[in-house]
Design a protein around this ligand. Structure first.
Ligand code: TLP
Length: 365
């Protein structure tokens, strides 16, 4: 929770990206030893990369500016122009990254439907893998997302990750994991991040989501893959110079901020339990595994946009995400008390707009 001028308290549940650096991060940033990272001379970046590679159980890692860049350079390092990647129809790479791997790399996306638990049906994946035929693009890559954002922060379990990797490798494909929130998955499943992605050839993890660093993601894989990924980072203009200033916050993120994600998960579960009590909101709290709560609004006079606007008036920020759905994401700036306050605000707003009372549209529109 934070103060917001004369509008008072703000509880920001729009994303876990909204967090500001912790005091320890700001100190580490101020004190960071730096050098020119394009020469490989930034000791802080080198340390972050080495620590991340170790935590992720991979040979090497490269620091990038964002999750979008991490996924992009991974896909470009795995696939050439006209080659194909199989991914979920709800994948962030497919929906929310401007089709960058196709726009910039000529990589053809082939989607299969995401299941409600964020997985892909592996029989459908297998059926989508192309055979040898000059009419077809060559299938090169399988990508999954863990946790799965659009599926409500679902954590894909180890057994599934292993099976997906085994399938990809059986057909000679690489296996990439968009692990923007892999840390959340690992905490929720009580497994190490390294074990969770043991079967993956590459992973992109974010430092600036649940872990609260101001900037940055890390891509990890074997040395040869990371050599290619570094080349791709350069061509998209993503190589940075004295980046130790931001990498320092990333080191704090991976050393101090992972365990506490359990608090965000508990807060998300509590939020869902409270929301489920409200007549015009539908969510099954038992499905909430991590920090994301996606819920349906079923109200005759209030649209998701109007609900969001009315909540904002009272200091609670969260986003409609299309159709009747809205998303709330807990984060380290949101306390258990903030969740209770949020639930009270929901009750207030929905009470002020009783079901069937269309005047609420005018009040909150
Ligand atoms: N997700 C953001 C934005 O899309 C709005 C969010 O608020 O959830 N993979 C996944 C699974 C993601 O959720 C995101 C960001 C990314 C990749 C991209 O990361 P950034 O924003 O660092 O490019």
């Amino acid at each position: 929770m934070s103060e917001n001028g004369n509008r008072g308290i703000v509880i920001d549940l729009r994303s876990d990206t909204v967090t500001k650096p912790t005091p320890a991060m700001r100190r580490a940033m101020a004190d960071a030893e730096v050098g020119d990272d394009v020469y490989g001379e930034d000791p802080t970046v080198n340390r972050l990369e080495a620590m991340s590679a170790e935590m992720l159980g991979k040979e090497a890692a490269v620091f990038v500016s964002s999750g979008t860049m991490g996924n992009l350079i991974s896909v470009l390092a795995h696939c050439g122009r006209g080659e194909e990647m199989i991914l979920g129809d709800q994948a962030h790479i497919f929906l929310f990254e401007q089709g960058g791997s196709s726009a910039l790399g000529g990589v053809h996306p082939r989607t299969v439907p995401n299941q409600p638990d964020g997985t892909l049906d592996l029989a459908q994946v297998e059926a989508a893998i192309r055979g040898e035929n000059e009419h077809f693009p060559i299938t090169r890559l399988l990508a999954v997302e863990n946790t799965h954002n659009r599926c409500g922060g679902q954590a894909l379990p180890v057994a599934y990750m292993d099976r997906a990797g085994e399938l990809a490798h059986r057909y000679g494909l690489s296996f990439h994991v968009d692990g923007a929130r892999l840390w959340n998955a690992a905490v929720a499943l009580d497994v190490s991040p390294a074990r969770l992605i043991q079967a993956a050839d590459s992973v992109s993890v974010c430092l600036s989501k649940g872990l609260a660093a101001p900037v940055g993601s890390v891509v990890a894989g074997d040395k040869e893959f990371i050599r290619k990924a570094r080349r791709m980072r350069k061509v998209v203009g993503g190589s940075m110079r004295q980046a130790g200033v931001i990498a320092a916050a990333g080191i704090v993120a991976i050393t101090e901020m992972v365990e506490r994600l359990a608090d965000d998960h508990a807060n998300a579960r509590r939020l869902a339990e409270g929301l489920a009590q409200l007549e015009s909101i539908h969510v099954d709290p038992t499905t909430i595994q991590t920090d994301i709560v996606i819920f349906e609004l079923d109200h005759p006079s209030l649209t998701p946009a109007q609900l969001s606007a009315a909540l904002k008036e009272r200091g609670v920020l969260l986003n409609p995400i299309g159709g009747s759905r809205l998303r709330a994401v807990t984060n380290y700036q949101v306390s258990a008390e903030d969740i209770e306050r949020t639930l009270a605000v929901f009750a207030e707003v929905l009470e002020a707009a009783p079901i069937g009372d269309t005047s609420a549209v005018r009040v909150y529109g």
